[in-house]
Design a binder for this molecule. Structure first.
Ligand code: SIN
Length: 314
């Protein structure tokens, strides 16, 4: 009998499959739809202080390999999500993870404080949205980020905090950020957000597919899986003795992908683009595929293989 359950901080999840923030999770029907699927927890769409409509359309495009988004954080504002969470919790026992992003230091603190006093189970702090023109990602500002992380921690002492980070493409950056996570006592990290400043060109029309930000946007989908796995494995090796957990995200389309992320050290995974493409059924499909792989390999729990990737030649 295979046990897929996992604990994120002290929060129990029946399985490691979570919807990625940014897809659904903005109102009660949306949240319940995801809770009724074979998810282990539900993650809200990132909330900001004020309600936002997001960027101009077209702001999303996909083909088999890639998806490009510049959604621009449309949401009803944090107060709305805090207000509906008790009602959501009457309809489902699944843990609720919120996501927040501030446009200033003070906004991050206000949001962390408010969610600390709310009914959500875990807070994912988004330091890495690439789609807001004129607002650089906090996660690439290595002087600002440690101060911000510490202040978020102080503002939300009672909730597990996960930092949503972008891809870091140099080991020195990863080392710096791993130390920041440890120093600021975050419980976890979500790796990776979409690959910002990406461009896909429609050669037929000679136009960009996306309207905002000169056509530049965040890349997701199958094609980014190697970058996501590299970040998960790289951070896992720096964080494994600290107790800081990892949610892996990026290009996960099937149970085999889930297996690979856990093998590289992920405690749980998030599914974004594949959720858009395949609908709520994607979670059951992935769960069944993961169980089949574990049965074939004789694993009975995720701990049997988490972080146990072997290096060729060893
Ligand atoms: C968006 O709404 O633009 C996506 C959110 C994100 O990338 O963090």
């Amino acid at each position: 009998m295979v046990d897929l359950s996992v604990k994120l901080a002290k929060v129990h999840l029946p399985n490691p499959l979570i919807n990625a923030s940014g897809i659904y999770g903005s109102d009660i029907p949306d949240i319940i739809k995801t809770a009724e699927a074979k998810t282990g927890a539900v993650l809200y769409k990132t909330t900001t202080i004020e309600e936002r409509n997001g960027n101009k359309v077209p702001r999303y495009w996909q083909d088999e390999l890639f998806a490009l988004n510049s959604i621009g954080l449309p949401n009803k504002g944090y107060k709305y999500l805090i207000q509906i969470t008790p009602e959501v919790k009457q309809k489902t026992t699944k843990p609720m993870i919120t996501s927040l992003l501030g446009f200033s230091f003070e906004e991050y603190i206000t949001l962390c404080k408010a969610y600390n006093d709310s009914a959500v189970d875990i807070i994912e702090v988004n330091f890495s949205c690439p789609n807001i023109e004129g607002k650089p990602q906090a996660a690439y500002n290595f002087e600002y980020l440690p101060k911000l992380m510490k202040a978020c921690r102080e503002a939300a002492p009672d909730k597990p905090l996960f930092a949503k980070l972008p891809a870091y493409l140099d080991p020195s950056q990863r080392k710096m950020v791993a130390k920041m996570l440890i120093d600021s006592k975050f419980q976890g990290v979500t790796l990776i957000n979409s690959l910002g400043e990406s461009l896909l060109v429609n050669a037929k029309t000679e136009k960009t597919y996306i309207r905002p930000n000169n056509g530049l946007a965040g890349l997701t989908g199958k094609a980014i899986k190697p970058v996501a796995l590299g970040n998960v494995w790289g951070f896992y090796n720096l964080l494994k003795d600290s107790g800081i957990q990892i949610m892996g995200v990026g290009g996960i389309e099937c149970g085999l992908d889930v297996f690979e992320f856990i093998l590289c050290g992920a405690d749980a995974v998030q599914i974004g683009t594949a959720y858009i493409r395949q609908g709520t059924a994607v979670f059951e499909k992935m769960e069944n595929e993961l169980i089949q792989i574990m049965n074939e390999k004789g694993y009975t729990s995720l701990n049997d293989f988490r972080g146990k990737l072997k290096i060729w030649g060893d």
